[in-house]
Design a protein around this ligand. Structure first.
Ligand code: HEC
Length: 202
């Protein structure tokens, strides 16, 4: 479910972006009649794409364990770019049209940046061997106490068939939609042991 929304979101964002690039290029190169034709042709698809953009975006926001500041900046840029684009194209104002495209491009870049941020920063002051405390600090927000929470598309850890070594590898190297967690080998061993004995099979 989460993954389907994530993929749909990326697809519609890309389509939305392409439509804007074409429109802006046509406006900037003074192809008024071509711009009019293009606007007419993409009118309905653009409405569908915008609606899906919004719906999938809101859904994804409800699924992330925490909204990072960079995400707020991204959301603000996207929302602010819309009225600027509408006015820009309505009035044929090149500066406003280019500005809105720039803002959408910037938010695209920010989305990429926040994707590459490491998922969790291990808090200091937890003993390296305290698997439970480490789990609560680093895993609980996505997997929940019992492993079943499933935030951000997280797998149900209580039902995992992985052994301890594979769990440890998943923590240190990441897997699919789960970023690797930056922790020491000793910490990862303790969390993996905790998952194996206390979360798995519960
Ligand atoms: C930001 C969210 C997030 C955090 C934090 C997180 N995970 Fe995950 N985890 C996921 C997602 C998403 C998946 C599914 C990955 C996939 O298969 O695409 C996953 C999958 C797993 C799996 C594989 C389960 C299986 O059977 O496939 C294990 C084991 C696991 N996580 C353990 C942990 C542990 C231990 C921690 C803490 C050290 C942790 N995770 C922290 C999101 C998270």
């Amino acid at each position: 479910m989460y993954k389907a929304f994530l993929h749909t979101h990326w697809l519609v964002v890309t389509l939305f972006f392409l439509i804007y690039v074409v429109k802006t290029v046509l406006l900037l190169s003074n192809r008024k009649d071509l711009l009019e034709k293009f606007t007419k042709v993409v009118k309905v698809p653009e409405m569908i794409v915008s609606a899906l953009f919004l719906i999938t975006g809101v859904y994804l926001l409800t699924q992330v364990p925490e909204i990072k500041p960079i995400m707020w900046v991204k959301i603000a840029l996207v929302l602010a770019s819309i009225p600027i684009a509408v006015i820009g194209f309505k009035k044929g104002n090149k500066i406003l049209a280019a500005l809105s495209l720039l803002m959408i491009t910037a938010s695209y870049g920010l989305a990429e940046m926040s994707r590459k941020q490491k998922a969790v920063v291990v808090p200091e002051g937890i003993a390296a061997a305290d698997g439970k405390a480490l789990y609560e600090a680093n895993c609980k927000l996505c997997h929940g106490d019992d492993g079943k929470l499933g935030m951000a598309g997280a797998a149900d850890v209580s039902k995992t068939v992985m052994d301890m070594a594979t769990i440890k590898q998943t923590i240190l190297q990441g897997k699919g939609a789960m970023n690797k967690i930056e922790m020491t080998d000793e910490q990862a061993t303790a969390v993996a042991a905790y998952v194996e004995s206390e979360v798995k099979g519960k």
